[in-house]
Design a protein around this ligand. Structure first.
Ligand code: OOG
Ligand code: NI
Length: 468
């Protein structure tokens, strides 16, 4: 039979748009954030043709308006494994392992996202996906109760499970199947106004850790935020304040720079939302749950392990000197700026010290390379063009800050640092992609392609590749 299937990127784009529409209805403030970010982005682009050019070159301009990431929290290995299969339908694969126990949060995570740059440019939808670490709950009774509740729930509809099977058998979904897939998948991420437990049980989980209550007491892993990408997060932060949104005290991540690195994020605090709990002695109980919030991010250049090490080192130094960013945001920002002077803010130096990843492109003119030329001189002569590779992943310290800003004061649990990537991958059903290998490969492949296209002979190519 000759059938045409929808491409993964089409299904992903449709799903991302449907999620955005659903979240806009569920959390009206999200719609306000989107409008705000759109306005800021068009202003920045019109004021900064050079940036527009660079974004055009990397294909990022076209995707900007559609760009967002979401986050969910899962309760069991089985849920995580099925989620992996669900995202695979949309060409999204797990990248990186994030251990949040370091920050007193009983989850570990990965991010599902497209793997090819072209795919990211077609639609860059990502979902930061966390799995509850029941092993970190000390109270045996509570742990067993959580396990029972999680075993009982079904977060995927039967129709969705059948469509995932169909996809795996056919290696694709028809137009009709894809439409149905998007509808059914949406159900998993929807908000539920009713809890699966009574109020007293909810309180017990809440007392152990707010996040445990959020995961265990509901029918599914409601999407807890959808984050648009802005080109000027400081402007966004200021406007959030002006519009009366409860913005975080500080922007997470590196300071503002001429050449942005990694990821800067800010969020507004989670909403109090009314929940119906299971009746006790015939009496229905109402209460409030805070889970969903708004977040904005600005993305910069991806860093090499060496660059990342420097970033982590500097950030740790800042946090040591200024341990209370929530109450002393100005002092924190000042410290951040000062400490990060040690991180070079020009592309040449970043390349020279091998701190960041770049993509190489061919200039219009024919390449004319002599034996004396090294990679940097070719860039200087503009024989080879190069542009930073955007960071497509997440930062555990920032993520922890985002998680924490949505917990009530002093509510961080006391969990010891205990990463367990092996267990996570076993639960997931595959290994996560190593982000550094991924960026390094894009960098290397782009140079090979550039040199190949210019007909540069293998030995000379080798010599230049060694300079990466
Ligand atoms: C996920 C928080 C992490 C980010 O942007 O770093 C995150 C969550 O709260 O479930 O989304
Ligand atoms: Ni986020």
């Amino acid at each position: 039979m000759n059938r045409t299937y929808q491409s993964a990127s089409e299904i992903r784009a449709r799903f991302s748009a449907a999620m955005s529409q659903m979240y806009r209805q569920e959390v009206p403030l999200y719609g306000d954030l989107i409008t705000m970010v759109e306005n800021i982005n068009s202003r920045v682009l019109s004021e900064n043709p050079e940036l527009e050019n660079a974004l055009q070159q990397s294909g990022a301009v076209q995707r900007l308006g559609d760009e967002r990431h979401g986050a969910i929290r899962l309760g069991s290995a089985a849920e995580l494994a099925t989620m992996r299969r669900l995202f695979a339908v949309m060409g999204m694969y797990p990248v990186s392992y994030y251990d949040l126990s370091v920050a007193g949060i009983p989850v570990h995570s990965t991010a599902f996202r497209p793997l090819e740059i072209d795919e990211l440019n077609r639609n860059p939808f990502r979902v930061f996906t966390s799995l509850l670490r029941l092993d970190l709950i000390a109270d045996t009774h509570l742990r067993e109760q959580a396990q029972t509740l999680l075993q009982q729930r079904r977060i995927f509809t039967d129709a969705l499970l059948r469509l995932i099977d169909t996809f795996e058998q056919q290696q694709g979904l028809s137009e009709t199947e894809a439409t149905r897939f998007v509808e059914e998948a949406l159900e998993t991420f929807r908000w539920h106004r009713s809890a699966t437990v009574d109020f007293a049980t909810y309180q017990r989980f809440l007392n152990e850790h707010r996040l445990i209550a959020d995961i265990v007491c509901f029918r599914g892993p409601h999407i807890n935020h959808l984050t648009p990408r802005t080109l000027d997060i400081d402007a966004a932060q200021q406007q959030m304040r002006e519009q009366g949104m409860h913005a975080k005290a500080i922007v997470e991540g590196p300071p503002r720079r001429n050449h942005p690195i990694l990821l800067r994020q800010t969020s507004f605090r989670a909403l109090d939302e009314e929940i119906r709990f299971i009746a006790q002695q015939g009496e229905e109980q109402h209460g409030f749950h805070t889970a969903r919030f708004g977040e904005i991010e600005q993305r910069g250049m991806a860093l090499t392990p060496k660059g990342r090490e420097l970033y982590d080192h500097l950030l740790a130094k800042v946090r040591q000197a200024q341990s209370d960013p929530v109450n002393q945001p100005q002092a924190y920002v000042k410290q951040l700026k000062q400490t990060f002077r040690q991180f070079p803010d020009n592309q040449r130096e970043i390349r020279h010290q091998k701190l960041g990843y770049f993509r190489y492109l061919r200039a219009e003119l024919p390449l004319n390379i002599s034996d004396e030329d090294d990679l940097e001189s070719l860039i200087e002569q503009r024989q080879i063009l190069c542009t930073p590779i955007t960071y497509e992943d997440f930062l555990p310290v920032s993520a922890a800050g985002i998680f924490q800003s949505n917990l009530k004061e002093g509510e961080t649990g006391n969990f010891t640092r205990s990463p367990n990537q092996q267990q996570f991958e076993q639960d997931l059903g595959c290994k996560v992609v190593d982000e550094f290998c991924w960026y390094a490969k894009i960098q290397r492949d782009s140079l090979i392609e550039t040199l190949d296209a210019a007909g540069i002979e293998p030995e000379r190519q080798q010599r230049l590749l060694e300079q990466l």
